[in-house]
Write a protein that binds this ligand. Structure first.
Ligand SMILES: NC(=O)c1ccc[n+]([C@@H]2O[C@H](COP(=O)([O-])OP(=O)(O)OC[C@H]3O[C@@H](n4cnc5c(N)ncnc54)[C@H](O)[C@@H]3O)[C@@H](O)[C@H]2O)c1
Length: 360
């Protein structure tokens, strides 16, 4: 992977709606990073950026930004339907490219971006923000230390009232977070997906979805997403054979709770009277977690990858795997929740990529 040797990385942010300004603020706060351009089709959003950061150049024309020879990297925070074309242009122009989640609208587009980045020797990273968060990293450490035993299942709920999108359903909007967290923690690919859902507000755009993911080693996860819930819910449960972890991202301090709870089935019994489950109720442990803004860690990681040529933790291939799970979920929705397998072809692409980067 080509390294960018310049001490200062010049970056342009495209899309300054709800999320773009958060990326802009974080990149701007990092040393060795110069946010040179902000681009948006909407002049009001550009006025907003100019008012906050008068030193940043603004344009409503992506060509102007992407053709600036001084620019090393582009960060795309526009609606999902526009990701592919903007990312393609950015990589073609020889810019390291960060694309918000989900990486593109379908797997064919994701594959094209992964191959293009490879051909051009450019970093392609996607915005799976939560894998850069301290609680998620701690959960991965705890699970991989063997402390909670064998993972039996994971359940994830991400729900709130709105924001209703018009180009994607609630699964494509919210589930990239749940899926990327689960993939990061388990570190094994998904083999099949079931999804059911319903569109209550906008015809054809599901505002409630329930997804089940099956993994190569038989592990199982459920992901529930909704734009029609009175409360903001950001909750994941990791059920292990020895202990259970509850992760509530809405908790200001105690985001992770480890419950020493389990159920044991006696290995053998002769009469029904001898049979009983053994429920274990032990301590509750709340690990201390130092709070750092995940977005800042994510932006810093993108710059590090540009400088060192290392493969991002949320690489183009990871973006592709999340999108293929979403695509399988959409297919399952059409077939009333039927099981949809993840294509073997993609699994092969994934293995190849893993091998390739393991060798760098
Ligand atoms: N990682 C996260 O936690 C997180 C959180 C929220 C949103 N997002 C992602 O960020 C992206 C943007 O979401 P949002 O909520 O900010 O959307 P938004 O609609 O609020 O903002 C998008 C902006 O892009 C501009 N735009 C559209 N097409 C453009 C083009 N061709 N050139 C320049 N500007 C263009 C629009 O004018 C708008 O201002 C989405 O992919 C979303 O999934 C990620």
């Amino acid at each position: 992977m080509k390294r960018t040797k310049q001490k200062q990385i010049n970056i342009g942010i495209v899309g300054c709606g709800y999320w773009g300004p958060n990326l802009l603020r974080n990149f701007r706060s990092l040393s060795g990073c110069h946010v040179k351009w902000a681009c948006d089709k909407d002049s009001k959003r550009l006025s907003y950026v100019r008012q906050l950061y008068p030193e940043i150049k603004t344009t409503d024309d992506f060509d102007t930004l992407v053709n600036d020879p001084e620019l090393h990297a582009v960060c795309i925070a526009t609606p999902v339907w526009s990701h592919f074309e903007l990312a393609r242009m950015s990589l073609e122009a020889g810019k390291h490219t960060f694309v918000e989640k989900p990486m593109a609208s379908n797997t064919a587009q994701c594959r094209e971006l992964v191959n293009l980045a490879d051909r051009k020797d450019m970093i392609l990273m996607t915005g799976h923000t939560f894998i850069y968060s301290a609680p998620v990293r701690r959960i991965k450490e705890i699970i991989h230390s063997g402390d909670i035993g064998k993972i039996l299942y994971i359940s994830s709920q991400r729900m709130n009232l709105g924001l209703f999108q018009t180009d994607i359903n609630t699964a494509w909007d919210l589930a990239p977070h749940d899926i990327s967290i689960i993939l990061y923690i388990l570190d094994i690919p998904v083999t099949s997906v079931n999804c059911q859902g319903k569109a209550h507000i906008n015809t054809g755009i599901e505002d409630v979805t329930n997804m089940s993911l099956l993994f190569t080693n038989g592990e199982f996860a459920t992901v529930q997403n909704s734009w029609l819930d009175p409360n903001k819910v950001r909750r994941m449960t990791f059920v292990g054979s020895r202990r259970m972890i509850l992760y509530d991202d809405n908790e200001p301090l105690e985001k992770i709770k480890i419950y020493d709870k389990r159920v044991e089935v006696p290995p053998h019994y002769d009469t029904f009277a001898e049979f009983h489950y053994s429920y274990h109720y032990g301590d509750l442990y709340v690990p201390y977690i130092k709070q750092v803004e995940p977005l800042k860690v994510q932006c810093e990681h993108f710059l590090d990858c540009i400088r060192t040529g290392q493969e991002p933790l949320s690489s183009g291939t990871d973006g592709l795997h999340v999108v293929e799970i979403l695509e399988a979920a959409s297919e399952s929705l059409k077939r009333d929740g039927a099981k949809v397998a993840i294509s073997e072809l993609t699994q092969q692409t994934r293995n190849l990529q893993t091998k390739k980067y393991a060798a760098v």
